[in-house]
Design a protein around this ligand. Structure first.
Ligand code: NOJ
Length: 538
């Protein structure tokens, strides 16, 4: 592994749900050995870092975001020895690994909660947030609005209400208690000592509660996270914290602080605006969100994404925009969940390869470090018959055999059904088929990733919009340390001409993304086919 401590500034992440990825022992559930057997594949994508969703012991009421033991591996996934082998296997291929750190809450099955609820005198009582009343903190919103009525639940055994921002099976930890803060640092140390490269810090806005506030982004939270960062910098330099704060950019900005809090944060508000821009064939939503995005310290980076394991959240849009997006991308009510859309990228794009490629290319052209959700590199589909977010967490489609190369178990023993109906059927959408096809989405993504990595100006450079005199064609330049790229996208389904800047007209230029687009000297216009796009060196 190289020792570049700033590795995350120009990187690509690949998000893996272990249960869905590859099953090595035939029990129908993916596991760490299965993942190890696919490291060559992940390396072949050209990504830098794997983000592992929770791998810890858990009753799986929220797919592992309900942890019952912070310092072990879920039996179905393997052992700590397997985990060490995974770290070694990844590092020897130049791949880093970050794991989910679910620090806001535990499972109700965690021994801390069991002790806490059973005995008021227990030292663990104060590990959670208890109250005689369920009326405290009335300004805290409910996140899982489709299923939850309150952030409080009554616990018979405890004789009190406990506080939870997510499911009642996920009681919130009490960060006012210094013992809780110490425990979390201990947990971090445990995984860092095993060699991981950082954490995706889950649900960070909600660590503390305070009356009279919405209980999000409180100053106490920032104080604690700065302590965590100081601990990392002192003992584990180069290991990172990536924050999950689904908030407006001005509320996320403080999580970067002066470069002394989190290294990275997801850019939630950008994501729905990529879909909106495409739907409206207009760059306005993108311009708006970047105008609202404050600059960040040099040692910090945004994480950007099109999709992940959750619903495509529409919290960071106006009510009107949400309705537009729901109507455009989730016409069937079953496609909606909470304030979002529970579908994968390819179905959202109507399985149109031109739109799938263009939206990816647009994401990879914009500032930040992109994350690719497993399966989206081959355009996997989803299953809206499955409840909650399960429909976007189906088994990885490796090949066209009866079990899709995911497992040797009988398909009816799989943790989740395979997608087996057209057009996303595993027999047609799979890694092997696409590996062998130079024009496949998979090979396009590999090319896009390698071009992106070769152009660090795309990660951290300036962003300047270019007037194309055609609102449906978005263009901008990205410049950094003497390098520069001009990028252009036809968001519409008709051919369009676009004016190109004078500085491009001096010499012939070929698109870096292997389309047939070329700039001919002295031409003032570039003609783009429907959904065509390109990158040109400046
Ligand atoms: C955010 C995670 O992405 C989501 O999957 C989970 O349900 C909640 N946090 C609670 O941990």
């Amino acid at each position: 592994m190289d020792d570049n401590q700033n590795w995350y500034l120009n990187a690509i992440f690949y998000q893996v749900y272990v249960r869905a990825f590859c099953d090595s022992n035939g029990d129908g559930q993916g596991d760490l050995q299965g993942l190890i057997s696919k490291l060559d594949y992940i390396q072949s994508l050209g990504v830098d870092c794997i983000w592992l969703m929770p791998i810890y012991p858990s009753p799986l009421r929220d797919d592992g975001y309900d942890i019952s033991n912070f310092t072990d591996v879920l039996r179905e996934y393997g052992t700590l020895e397997d985990f060490k082998a995974l770290i070694n296997g990844a590092h020897s291929r130049g791949l880093r690994i970050v794991t989910d750190l679910v620090l806001n809450h535990t499972s109700d099955q965690h021994p801390w909660f069991q002790a806490s609820r059973s005995d008021r005198a227990s030292t663990f009582r104060d590990y959670y947030v208890w109250s005689d009343s369920d009326q405290k903190y009335p300004d805290a919103r409910i996140i899982f609005i489709d299923t939850q009525k309150s952030n409080w639940s009554w616990d018979e055994k405890a004789g009190q209400y406990f506080w939870h921002r997510f499911y009642p099976t996920q009681p919130d930890l009490n960060y006012e208690n210094p013992a809780v803060r110490t425990e979390i640092l201990r947990v971090m140390r445990f995984w860092l000592d095993l060699g991981i490269d950082g954490f995706r810090a889950d649900a960070i806005p909600y660590l503390y509660e305070r009356e009279g506030t919405n209980c999000e982004n409180l100053p106490e939270t920032h104080t604690f996270l700065k302590q965590v960062r100081a601990f990392l910098d002192k003992y584990y330099p180069g290991r990172i914290l990536l924050g999950e704060a689904n908030q407006w950019p001005e509320d996320v900005r403080p999580y970067f602080a002066d470069g002394n809090e989190l290294h990275m944060n997801f850019h939630f508000p950008l994501m729905p605006r990529l879909y909106l821009a495409l739907h409206e064939q207009d760059a306005a939503p993108l311009k708006w969100v970047f105008e609202r995005t404050p600059s960040i310290p040099k040692n910090c980076q945004w994480c950007t994404f099109l999709r992940n394991h959750d619903e495509l959240t529409l919290e960071m849009v106006t009510d009107e925009e949400r309705d537009t997006l729901w109507r455009a991308y989730a016409p069937d009510p079953r496609m909606r969940l909470n304030l979002g859309i529970r579908r994968r990228l390819a179905p959202l794009m109507g399985n149109d390869p031109r739109r799938i490629r263009m939206l990816n290319a647009l994401l990879y052209s914009l500032p930040g470090t992109p994350i690719l959700y497993y399966g989206d590199e081959i355009g996997m589909g989803d299953n809206i018959e499955l409840p909650d977010r399960n429909g976007v967490r189906t088994p990885m489609q490796w090949d066209e055999t009866r079990r899709s190369g995911f497992s040797t178990a009988k398909p009816d023993q799989f943790y989740s059904p395979l997608i087996d109906t057209a057009p996303f059927d595993f027999r047609s959408v799979n890694v092997v088929a696409q590996d062998n096809d130079p024009d496949s989405l998979l090979n396009f993504m590999r090319m896009l990733i390698s071009q992106r990595k070769a152009h660090p100006e795309l990660a951290s450079g300036t962003l300047e919009w270019v007037e194309t005199e055609n609102p449906g064609v978005v263009a901008f330049t990205r410049r950094w340390e003497g390098k520069g790229i001009f990028t252009i996208f036809n968001l519409g389904d008709t051919s369009r001409g676009a004016r190109i800047p004078r500085e491009l007209r001096t010499e012939p230029r070929l698109d870096l993304l292997n389309s047939y687009l070329r700039i001919v000297p002295d031409s003032t216009n570039l003609n783009l086919k429907p959904f065509q796009f390109g990158w040109f060196n400046l």
